[in-house]
Design a protein around this ligand. Structure first.
Ligand code: PHE
Length: 355
């Protein structure tokens, strides 16, 4: 009786081994296991018969069967573990992580060319003690014209076509209103720059826009002269263009400066011999400037007998166009990324911007 049982159990074990050899997946192993151990399966039915065996062999037979069951269960568990480990190993071989590899290069945004030159000028001016101030884009007639020695009906008002509001206010036509605002706020001596947006009622073309950027400069102290003005203008241009810049002064008329100048720089494209960029003159008009008019100092509550000063109005938009070779001003205001990308970004070089 027991020998017969041993025979049967050996068959079951052989069957288990055969099934395991065939099973290539965990699911297949599970199925084989339940086929073997299930009530209908060879081991399951043997287990079910223990109770019906004659009492004298029941104990020994039960022990044998249960031992066989434990061995077979173990075999199946080991096979499952082996398969799981192999799967893990393969998965980790497929997704390796190397912390020494450089990270993916994420294309990053940058600032507008006008902002880039603005920051550059701000840094240059900060080095020689100028502070940055602001002013409102929506101005009053007083600060934009009147306080700058341009009374109502003065023909110079026509120099700057103005967007008027129905309440008599206006969109500032230049950053010069920041001059008197700064004088009243800070008092003399003072050295300020005021970058910002300005507006002109203009028909737009490649070199004219109704919205553009200027950077006003104003320095007031005792004994400020034209020599100081020229020195500061030369410094700005030399630093911006990274080369020594030759400049010349021509008389220029602006009611808020006396004398007033147009400061030209020697054309960097032809070196002064004449080319299409400088309209064959060898010079490029870049910086309107002059000595602050006594009436303007008075508007700012400053005594013109004690103090003098110079002022300049740098065209930031124009400077950005020159520096970055932008041919059409409309591109700069369009929001079209192709038009405002800077050459150093095009070449893929690292760009370090203030964030
Ligand atoms: N505000 C003048 C303009 O926009 C420029 C300027 C500024 C001229 C300061 C002289 C001094 O045309």
């Amino acid at each position: 009786m027991l020998e017969q049982l041993a025979e049967q159990l050996k068959k079951v074990k052989d069957e288990a081994e055969r099934l395991l050899a065939e099973s290539k997946t965990i699911e297949a192993i599970r199925q084989a296991e339940s086929r073997l151990m299930g009530k209908q399966g060879p081991l399951g039915s043997l287990l079910g018969q223990i109770g019906k065996l004659p009492a004298e062999v029941r104990g020994a037979a039960g022990k044998e069967i249960n031992q066989a069951k434990a061995r077979i269960t173990e075999l199946f568990a080991a096979a499952k573990t082996a398969l799981e480990q192999a799967a893990d190993k393969q998965a980790s071989a497929e997704q390796t992580f190397d912390p020494t590899l450089p990270g993916p290069v994420v294309p990053r945004g940058s600032v507008h060319p006008v902002t880039a030159v603005q920051w550059e000028v701000e840094e240059i001016m900060a080095r020689i003690g100028f502070v940055v101030v602001g002013g409102p884009e929506l101005e009053t007639d007083y600060y934009n014209f009147e306080a700058l020695n341009i009374p109502a009906m003065h023909p110079a008002r026509d120099m700057q076509d103005t967007f008027w509001l129905t309440n008599g206010w206006l969109l500032r036509t230049h950053t010069s209103p920041c001059q008197v605002r700064a004088m009243l706020r800070l008092g003399p001596p003072l050295s300020i720059i005021a970058p910002g947006r300005v507006f002109r009622y203009e028909t737009e073309d490649a070199s004219h826009a109704n919205t553009f950027h200027q950077l006003e400069g104003l320095m007031i102290d005792r004994h400020i002269s034209i020599a100081n003005l020229i020195a500061v203008m030369k410094l700005i241009l030399t630093e911006i263009f990274h080369r020594d810049i030759k400049v010349r002064l021509r008389p220029g008329y602006f009611p808020f400066v006396e004398p007033g100048f147009e400061l030209d720089m020697q054309c960097g494209i032809c070196g002064g011999s004449g080319c299409p960029t400088c309209k064959r003159s060898g010079w490029i008009e870049i910086l309107p400037c002059g000595m602050v008019h006594p009436n303007v100092l008075r508007s700012g509550n400053i005594d013109p007998h004690e103090y003098t000063g110079f002022a300049f109005g740098l065209g930031l938009t124009r400077l950005a166009m020159m520096k970055y070779g932008v041919a059409d001003i409309r591109g700069l205001n369009s929001g079209d990324l192709r038009a405002i990308i800077r050459p150093e970004q095009r070449s893929g070089a690292a760009i370090i911007d203030k964030d």
